[in-house]
Design a binder for this molecule. Structure first.
Ligand code: ZN
Length: 228
C-alpha cells in the first residue's frame, strides 16, 4: 500500500527539468525569436502550457485510462506536476491495499494519509482513477520513483491469494498495457515492478501470491491488442 508518511511531504526541492531546448526557442534571445517568428507562433499555440508560469490544461474528472471511473484523492496526497514533460514516466508500480477497494478510496481522500496511488483496481476488475497521470502521487516511498512512475493499488491482502481474482488481473492488465502504450514503455519486469522492489522500501506488496508470470502475460496480450 502507499503509506509513505513523511517521505514525500517535506520540502519540494527537486529541480524541474522540462524541455530546455524548446523553451530556449520560445523565450531565447531576440534575434532567434524574430528569425523564427512563424514557427514560434505555431509552437506557442501548441506548447503554451510548457511556459514556466503555465500548467497543462486540465479538466476535473478527466481520465487518462478511459475505462476508469474518476474519484479524486485529496490534494495533500499528491503533488502537481506536468509529466511527462518535467519528469519522464517509465515505471508502473504494483501495490496491494491490505484492505478493501472502499478502504483505499477512503484513505486516499483523507488529507492526513499523505499517500495515494493514481489507480485502484477492485476485485471485479473495476478501475478508479484518483490522481491524474500528469501529477506525482505519493505511493512508492521514494521521491525519484514517485516522479517517474504510475502507481496501481489492488484490493485485497498479500497473504490471501484468493483475493487476486481473474477479473482483477484482467482489469489491471488492461490498465498497465494502456500505460505502457501511452508512455512507450516496454512490457517487462524492469518497467512494471512491485512496491517491494522500490529502492529503500520496507513494504512487501504485492507479496508472494501475486502471480507475476500470469500478470505479465496478460499485460503483453492486452498490449498487443492496442495500436503501436
Ligand atoms: Zn504499496
Amino acid at each position: 500500500m502507499g503509506s509513505d508518511t513523511g517521505k514525500e511531504s517535506g520540502k519540494d526541492t527537486a529541480k524541474k527539468k522540462r524541455g530546455p531546448g524548446r523553451r530556449a526557442v520560445l523565450l531565447g534571445g531576440g534575434a532567434a525569436v524574430l528569425g523564427t517568428a512563424v514557427v514560434a507562433r505555431e509552437d506557442l499555440a501548441r506548447l503554451w502550457w510548457r511556459l514556466p508560469w503555465m500548467d497543462k490544461p486540465r479538466t476535473d474528472g478527466e481520465l487518462d485510462h478511459k475505462a476508469a471511473e474518476w474519484t479524486a484523492a485529496h490534494q495533500a496526497n499528491w503533488r502537481r506536476a506536468d509529466r511527462p514533460d518535467d519528469y519522464p514516466v517509465d515505471r508502473v508500480v504494483i501495490h496491494v491495499v491490505q484492505g478493501s477497494y472502499a478502504s483505499a478510496l477512503k484513505v486516499f481522500r483523507n488529507p492526513l494519509h499523505q499517500a495515494a496511488t493514481h489507480y485502484v483496481v477492485r476485485k471485479d476488475g473495476h478501475v478508479a482513477q484518483m490522481v491524474r497521470e500528469l501529477d506525482v502521487a505519493f505511493h512508492a516511498g521514494n521521491r525519484k520513483m514517485n516522479e517517474r512512475s504510475i502507481g496501481i493499488e489492488h484490493e485485497g491482502f498479500v497473504d490471501r491469494p484468493e483475493d487476486f481474482t481473474a477479473e482483477m488481473y484482467a482489469g489491471s492488465a488492461r490498465l498497465t498495457a494502456d500505460i505502457c502504450r501511452r508512455y512507450r514503455m516496454p512490457v517487462d519486469r524492469e518497467h512494471v515492478i512491485g512496491h517491494v522492489e522500490v529502492e529503500g522500501t520496507d513494504h512487501t506488496d504485492p507479496g508472494p501470491h501475486w502471480d507475476w508470470d500470469r500478470y505479465m502475460e496478460l499485460v503483453r496480450r492486452e498490449r498487443a491488442k492496442l495500436p503501436a
